[in-house]
Design a protein around this ligand. Structure first.
Ligand SMILES: *[C@@H]1O[C@H](CO)[C@@H](O)[C@H](O)[C@H]1NC(C)=O
Ligand SMILES: *[C@@H]1O[C@H](CO)[C@@H](O)[C@H](O)[C@H]1NC(C)=O
Ligand SMILES: *[C@@H]1O[C@H](CO)[C@@H](O)[C@H](O)[C@H]1NC(C)=O
Ligand SMILES: *[C@@H]1O[C@H](CO)[C@@H](O)[C@H](O)[C@H]1NC(C)=O
Length: 378
């Protein structure tokens, strides 16, 4: 585009000088001749030519310096990076020179090499934060929801890549979106991105998970209905229905279509993943053990991801006030919030026993699929 400007200027200069010059004159002296005969016009053309040349190189130089700058300096300044996404995109897409510059850069955004696909309420956030203690791991901020939401998936892989953090060669980029696990289209879509991607699936004992799910849903409904009441149109709060009422049908059977129960039927979703990916590509993490004693679980994960074992006991301490692990690296500390601070309701032991019995056969199916027994209570 910029070189177009330059050639147009040269052209104009050319046309002008042939029109004033005698035909027998050597055209290579064109500028000199113009300089003598019409000094003002010549000066104007020269200025334009020089200006456009200057602008061309200025733009190229700027973008080269910019891409070096962003890739070396910005890594940690996430806000700034997001603000500059558009500029970064233009640079990424310009075909010449700049792409060569990118090879020198220390950091860049890469598509994830590993994805935490779920399960919701099983500790996906805790798992990601724990892995982030490792110097070779970079994590995407928030949940990207690229593969499960059509409106995001339509934006394409380049959009997805720009949601990823900066990382250097040798580092792994990890993303987590718990609803990937239960969304039918997702396994195929992930395979289309990278057929050898590594997948992490964290699961908890299904009854515990269902209660935790119910607790979160209830909190959300409660918050929503409060908001409605404030607006002046009170509604009968659905949230008042207990876990037991929602889970057990009138005839005493378990309501399998109640979402917190449905999602805990892991085998219903797992088989889809195993139709698309090999078993070796999916690591099943025991979420109950990860919370109780994180280091041995993390050792397995480091091994699976092919990174050096670096996360150790020194990265964790137990806060007795919170009753939960806190994470620390060399520079900072972060405490995980168990169930985001929500207390689980007391569920009738009879219902828990009933649910455990109900899940027992489903758990067996799941264990057969993954070829691993997680020893959940029956
Ligand atoms: C695909 O995933 C594998 C496993 O994480 C990784 O080694 C490889 O670099 C990825 N390929 C691309 C193109 O990102
Ligand atoms: C089962 O759960 C679904 C979803 O929450 C609900 O629509 C349905 O009414 C429940 N069925 C019974 C019999 O409670
Ligand atoms: C533990 O958590 C409590 C509550 O958030 C906090 O006030 C306290 O400083 C923490 N203790 C340690 C040792 O981090
Ligand atoms: C330590 O953790 C903080 C926040 O989790 C992160 O910003 C920082 O880069 C980490 N430092 C190191 C040396 O890994």
């Amino acid at each position: 585009m910029t070189s177009g400007v330059v050639s147009i200027t040269i052209c104009a200069l050319w046309v002008d000088c042939t029109s004033i010059m005698p035909a027998e004159n050597d055209t290579s002296d064109c500028i000199l001749v113009v300089g003598v005969s019409r000094p003002k016009i010549a000066a104007a053309f020269l200025t334009i030519a020089l200006l456009s040349l200057f602008l061309t190189f200025h733009i190229l130089y700027d973008s080269a310096v910019y891409s070096l700058h962003t890739t070396t300096v910005i890594g940690t300044m996430d806000e700034t990076v997001n603000d500059r996404d558009e500029t970064q995109q233009q640079i990424d897409q310009s075909p010449v020179m700049i792409s060569n510059t990118a090879h020198f850069s220390l950091t860049n955004r890469y598509l994830p090499q590993a994805i935490i696909i779920g399960v919701r309420k099983c500790g996906t956030r805790a798992l990601l934060e724990m892995l982030f203690l490792h110097p070779q791991i970079q994590k995407a901020a928030g949940e990207v929801h690229f593969f499960d939401r059509d409106e995001n998936y339509e934006k394409g892989l380049e959009w997805y890549r720009r949601k990823m953090p900066y990382s250097s060669k040798g580092q792994l980029t990890i993303e987590k979106s718990p609803s990937y696990f239960v969304t039918p289209e997702v396994p195929e879509r992930i395979r289309a991105m990278n057929a050898s991607v590594k997948l992490l699936l964290i699961v908890r004992e299904p009854v515990t998970r269902a209660i935790s799910d119910y607790t979160q849903l209830r909190t959300h409904v409660a918050t929503a209905s409060t908001a409605i009441t404030v607006e002046g149109s009170p509604r009968p709060p659905q949230s008042s229905r207990s876990f037991e009422e929602l889970v057990i049908r009138a005839d005493g059977s378990i309501n399998e279509s109640y979402r917190p129960i449905a999602i805990s039927l892991y085998h219903n979703y797992m088989h889809r993943w195993l139709e698309v990916f090999s078993r070796e590509q999916i690591l099943v993490v025991n979420g109950d053990q990860l919370i109780e004693d994180p280091v041995p679980q993390l050792r397995k994960i480091e091994n699976f991801l092919g990174i050096e074992p670096k996360i150790g006991r020194h990265n964790f301490y137990f806060n007795h006030t919170k009753g939960f692990y806190c994470l620390r690296n060399e520079t900072s500390e972060k405490c995980l919030r168990e169930s985001k601070g929500r207390r689980h309701p007391r569920v009738s032991p009879i219902v828990v026993t009933k649910l455990r019995k109900f899940f027992s056969i489903h758990n067996q199916r799941f264990f057969e699929l993954i070829n691993e027994d997680l020893n959940w209570p029956e």
